[in-house]
Design a binder for this molecule. Structure first.
Ligand code: THU
Length: 141
């Protein structure tokens, strides 16, 4: 199984493909599946703004659309294009992405890794980032 540093490297590779002409905020993500496969994603902006897709959701939708269902961790990197790698802040996932993660991931086990550099990162469980998540269980209770 790969480690945090390797997953972060994949997120930085994906960040290179970020399409962010409006915000200049480039995000990359790398999603580790339980079978060891990795799906990467970048943010993809749009002139109409609301069709913009975050890097995390790009990675999740790629994975789910190819039949993956079990996820272990996601590494996220993000910074303005004029800011050097390692100099920005940790990029936390937006609330919409947290909700998408909560649909597919175990709140206690799934790890969200937010990195400035390959070996400078913070890590939280999904449950720490979205306490009292509204999920399918609520609809069935
Ligand atoms: N963005 C992401 O891709 N992921 C995040 O976790 C935060 C925000 C993107 C959306 C938009 O393209 C840009 O960053 C600025 O909000």
């Amino acid at each position: 199984m790969i480690n945090q540093e390797q997953l972060i490297k994949k997120a930085f590779e994906a960040q290179k493909f970020s399409y962010a002409p409006y915000s200049q905020f480039n995000v990359g993500a790398a999603l580790l599946c339980a079978d060891g496969t990795i799906y990467t994603g970048c943010n993809i902006e749009n002139a109409a703004f609301s069709p913009t897709n975050c890097a995390e959701r790009t990675a999740f939708f790629k994975a789910i659309s190819e039949g993956k269902k079990d996820f272990v961790a996601i590494a996220i990197v993000g910074n303005k294009s004029n800011v050097e790698k390692g100099q920005g802040d940790y990029c936390a996932p937006c609330a919409v992405c947290r909700q998408v993660m909560a649909e597919f991931c175990d709140l206690e086990k799934f790890q969200v890794i937010m990195a400035k550099d390959d070996n400078d990162y913070i890590e939280n469980t999904l449950g720490e980032l979205i306490p009292l998540a509204f999920t399918g269980k609520d609809l069935n209770s």
